[in-house]
Design a protein around this ligand. Structure first.
Ligand code: GAP
Length: 442
C-alpha cells in the first residue's frame, strides 16, 4: 500500500532529520530548506550515484566544478539576463504577487483569474527575471553586478575550451557538473519541489551537428537508466514532448520527464537539444574561438549539444514518494521507506539486545566498529526495545538491522559469534556468523 501525501512526507522528513525548513528559528525563509543528517546522506548518495554512472564509469565524460559566481557577461550572452523570466501579476487590492500561469491564463492579462488571497483583480502581466543579483568587490556600479548562476550549464560552456585544450577529447564527449543553482522563484512551493536554492546535476554532451538526434535518443535511455537504478517508481514517470513556444529559448527539442507527485504531474528532469546556441553565443560575446577541430577530417565547426538536466531536490522528493510504504507486519500497521540499498541513507543499524548488559554492549560495539570501517553509513541504536528500534529504522529506510544477543556471546555454544540480521521489507530474521557480516553488508 502506498497512500502517500505531501503532509506525511514533510512531517516524516522533519521528525526524522531529513529536511528542515530553512532558517526555521527566525520564522523560515521562503523557498529554502536545510538538510539534516539523514537528508545529507540521502542527497549525497543521489549525487554520488549520478557522478559514478555518468562521469566516472564513462570514457567520454569529463567532470568540472565551476564557480557559482560568474562574470555577468556569461548570462548576457546565454540570454538569461534578457529572457530568464516568469510571468508575474500583482493583485491591485492587496499588492501580493503571483506567477501568472498559476492564477489564470497569462495570455489574457486583465481577465486572468482572481487573487487567491483577497479575490482582487490583477494588473498586467509582466516578465520577472529570476536571477539573483549581487555585487562583487567594494564598488557598487553596473560593472560590479554579478548573478548567482541560474543553471550549472553556464559553468560548463565557459570551460568547454579548457577541457578541449587539456584533454583533446574526440567528439562526441560530454562535460558533467553537480552544483548549486539559484532562482528567485515567484512562488516557491510544494516542499522541495520548487525552491530558490537548488542543486543540479547537468551534462552538456557535445556532438557533430548531424548526430544530435541519435545522441538525444541515447540520452533519453540513459535518463531512464538512472531513474531505474535509483528505484524511482517508473510507473509514475512520463515523457512529455515540450511543444514549440513552451521550450526554453535555447532549445530546439525538449523532453520533460514528469513524475506523478501528489500535487500533480510535474517536471522531474529535462532533456534538451541546445543546438550550438550556447557555444556560438559565448564565442561571439567573448571573441574567443570556441570551435572544434576534427583532426581526422580537418573540419572546424561549433559542436551541437544535448543536455540531460537533473535536479537533486526533485530526485529526492520522487524517491521519498516512491519509497513510502504502509503495510502490516506481525499484525501491526507500520510505515517504512523502501529505499534500495544504494540510496538508503543508513545501510545498517547495529543493536545490543539490551543496553544495560555491558558484555552485550561491548560485543555489539566491536561489531559496529568493524563494520563502520567498510560501510560508513551505519548507525548504533540502543534506545528503547528491539521492536521500537526496528520501527525507527524502517521509517528511515534502513535495509537491514543487526542484533547482538546472548547467543552471540555463546549462551548456546553452537551460535557463538553469530548475530541476527533482520530484513526491512519482510521482517524476516536470519542468523549469520560475524565473520560473514563485512562481505554481506558491503
Ligand atoms: N540547464 C537546463 C535547465 O536548467 P530547467 O528545466 O530549468 O533546465 C533543470 O531545470 C532541472 O532542474 C529541472 O528538471 C528540475 O529537476 C530542476 N529545477 C529547476 N528549477 C527548480 C526549482 N526551482 N526547484 C527545484 N528544482 C528545480
Amino acid at each position: 500500500m502506498n497512500d502517500v501525501t505531501m503532509e506525511k512526507i514533510v512531517s516524516l522528513c522533519k521528525r526524522r532529520g531529513f529536511i528542515y525548513p530553512g532558517s526555521e528559528i527566525y520564522g523560515g525563509l521562503s523557498g529554502t530548506w536545510d538538510w539534516g543528517p539523514l537528508g545529507v546522506e540521502l542527497r549525497n548518495n543521489v549525487r554520488d550515484l549520478w557522478w559514478k554512472m555518468f562521469v566516472q564509469e564513462r570514457e567520454d565524460m569529463y567532470g568540472v566544478d565551476a564557480a557559482i559566481l560568474m562574470n555577468g557577461k556569461v548570462w548576457e550572452a546565454s540570454g538569461h539576463v534578457s529572457g530568464f523570466a516568469d510571468p508575474l501579476v500583482e493583485c491591485k487590492k492587496c499588492k501580493k504577487r503571483f506567477r501568472a500561469d498559476q492564477v489564470g491564463d497569462p495570455s489574457t492579462p486583465l481577465g486572468a483569474g482572481k487573487c487567491p488571497e483577497c479575490a482582487g483583480s490583477f494588473g498586467e502581466v509582466r516578465q520577472f527575471n529570476m536571477m539573483f543579483k549581487t555585487q562583487i568587490g567594494a564598488s557598487e556600479d553596473a560593472a560590479s553586478t554579478v548573478y548567482l548562476r541560474p543553471e550549472t550549464a553556464g559553468g560548463i560552456f565557459v570551460n568547454f575550451k579548457n577541457v578541449v585544450d587539456s584533454f583533446h577529447p574526440k567528439l562526441p564527449f560530454g562535460i558533467g557538473q553537480i552544483g548549486k543553482a539559484f532562482r528567485n522563484e515567484i512562488a516557491p512551493r510544494d516542499f522541495i519541489f520548487r525552491v530558490r536554492e537548488l542543486e543540479q546535476m547537468e551534462i552538456e554532451y557535445f556532438v557533430r551537428p548531424e548526430a544530435w538526434e541519435d545522441s538525444f535518443n541515447q540520452w533519453k535511455e540513459q535518463v531512464w537508466r538512472y531513474i531505474a537504478m535509483l528505484g524511482i517508481d517508473k510507473v509514475k514517470v512520463h515523457e512529455l514532448e515540450v511543444p514549440d513556444g513552451e521550450r526554453a529559448h535555447y532549445s530546439k527539442r525538449t523532453i520533460d520527464f514528469e513524475f506523478d507527485f501528489p500535487f500533480g504531474r510535474k517536471e522531474l528532469y529535462g532533456l534538451a537539444y541546445r543546438t550550438d546556441f550556447d557555444l556560438s553565443a559565448h564565442a561571439n560575446a567573448s571573441s574567443v574561438d570556441l570551435s572544434y577541430l576534427d583532426d581526422a577530417s580537418g573540419e572546424r565547426f561549433i559542436p551541437h549539444v544535448i543536455e540531460p538536466s537533473f535536479g537533486v531536490e526533485r530526485t529526492v522528493l520522487a524517491l521519498l514518494m516512491s519509497a513510502y510504504t504502509e503495510d502490516e507486519l506481525g499484525g501491526e500497521p507500520r510505515m517504512y521507506l523502501k529505499f534500495n540499498k544504494e540510496v538508503a541513507p543508513v545501510k545498517t543499524a547495529v543493536f545490543p539486545l539490551l543496553k544495560n548488559k555491558p558484555e552485550l554492549v561491548a560485543k555489539a560495539r566491536e561489531v559496529y566498529s568493524m563494520l563502520k570501517k567498510s560501510v560508513p553509513q551505519i548507525v548504533w541504536d540502543d534506545n528503547g526495545n528491539i521492536g521500537k528500534r526496528y520501527r525507527r529504522q524502517d521509517e528511515i529506510g534502513t535495509p537491514v538491522c543487526i542484533t547482538i544477543d546472548f547467543d552471540t556471546l555463546g549462551e548456546k555454544p553452537e551460535l557463538k559469534d553469530t548475530v541476527t540480521i533482520r530484513n526491512r521489507d519482510t521482517g524476516e530474521q536470519e542468523r549469520v556468523s560475524i565473520d560473514s557480516l563485512v562481505s554481506r553488508i558491503a
